[in-house]
Design a protein around this ligand. Sequence first.
Ligand SMILES: [Zn+2]
Length: 288
Amino acid sequence: MSSAKHAKERAREAGKERPLPESLSLPRVGADSHAHLDSDQLWPEFESVLERAARAGLSHIGQVFLRHSAYLDRRELMGKPRPGLPELFFLLGIHPCDGLTVTEEEWPAIEEDFRHDDRLRAVGEIGLDFYWKECPRDVQERIFRLQLRIAARLDRPVVIHSRDAFADTLRVLDDEGFAGRPLLWHCFGGDEDAARALLNRGWHISLPGPVTYPANSALRDAVRIIPGDRLLVETDCPYLAPVPWRGRRNEPALCAFTAAAVAEVRGEAADELWARCGDNARRFFGIA
Ligand SMILES: [Zn+2]
């Protein structure tokens, strides 16, 4: 298809009425394993984002902090219980693209926070990103290894970000002895071979909105081979909204569409897959 035709199609998509996630009638047991609710696009509407998530069937949301300062600034407000709304649990890790902004004093402070804040459930997102060029590869690898060792000392699960760096990410993880440890591969976009490489190491896989995009048939083939007890869903909001909200701002409520599409690919009932992915998330992150 020509790019002009693509642009036209996108404009048509942007203007049309879209179904709401509550139209899927999913039970209030789902989990979005990976959200950035403190992003500029979502933070001003924090409470209503949570209300829409509740209506869509979410009971838990994994809030991912990309910086220690972001966690310190928002933990009180985000962590307070809100009856009737989804419960937030926290992930904290320095993203590979931010490897030049972190200071050496922050590492022990982060480790201390993990020891004292029960809401911090996993070290992540950490990994390698060779798509963006802000941070040199050797710096990325250094802070990746450093954080894997923090997670090992704390005995916490890790959540991995890997973009255009699949083989190197595996090399580092194998080298650090992470096969068989609790690990979630966030925003998985690979094919069957890639999925097997992760599953053979005993890891979990989280699927984002792009699994609904027509072009991603190799990813949908991979989705069919993931065991039901190792599968999670996520938004990675505010980006990567699933069809039928593709191209718009993403938020946890839209995770419901991702789950429904995954269920269809796997020939399962949407409400059952939704509940199972929620249970997998609660088990993986150690939430009672
Ligand atoms: Zn993320």
